[in-house]
Design a protein around this ligand. Structure first.
Ligand code: ZN
Length: 139
C-alpha cells in the first residue's frame, strides 16, 4: 500500500502593469520541496478569469513579445460585449485562450521543467494582487 500525499498551497502575487509577467518559478519549487512529494505531479493554477499561467523563457525581449502578442491578439478596443459590463473583455479572452493552469511532473523531489522554462503568472487586467494555487500530488 502506497500512501498518496496531497499538498496544497496558495501564493500571493503582486503584479505591476495591466499586462505583466511575474516569474514564480522559485516559489513553486519551494512548495514542491515543502510538500515532501518525491514522485508525482504539480498543478499550478490561477483562480482568476483574467490571468493565466505559462511556462517559458525569462528573457526581456521574449516577455515583451508575449505582452505584444496578447495585446494584438485580444485588442482592448475591440467591439466586445463584455466591455459594457466592466471594460475588460480583452483580458477575459486572453485568459481563456492561454489557460489558467499548467501541470509539471515531479521526479526525485524536484519539479521537472526545461532549462528555458520558467513559470509565470500572466496578468492581463492589472496591476493588482493575485493568488496562485499550487497543488502537489504524489508519493
Ligand atoms: Zn470582466
Amino acid at each position: 500500500v502506497v500512501e498518496l500525499r496531497v499538498h496544497f498551497d496558495t501564493l500571493e502575487v503582486s503584479t505591476s502593469k495591466r499586462v505583466d509577467l511575474v516569474n514564480i518559478t522559485r516559489r513553486v519549487e519551494e512548495v514542491v520541496e515543502r510538500s515532501g512529494v518525491k514522485d508525482g505531479l504539480c498543478l499550478v493554477f490561477a483562480p482568476h478569469a483574467t490571468a493565466a499561467v505559462i511556462a517559458n523563457e525569462d528573457e526581456r525581449g521574449l516577455k515583451e513579445d508575449i505582452v505584444q502578442w496578447l495585446e494584438e491578439s485580444f485588442p482592448r478596443n475591440g467591439k466586445w460585449r463584455h466591455n459594457l459590463v466592466d471594460d475588460n473583455a480583452s483580458a477575459h479572452l486572453a485568459s481563456a485562450f492561454t489557460s489558467s493552469c499548467r501541470v509539471f511532473p515531479v521526479k526525485g523531489g524536484e519539479l521537472v521543467r526545461g532549462t528555458w522554462q520558467s513559470i509565470f503568472l500572466v496578468e492581463m487586467d492589472g496591476p493588482r494582487r493575485r493568488r496562485v494555487v499550487v497543488e502537489v500530488l504524489g508519493v
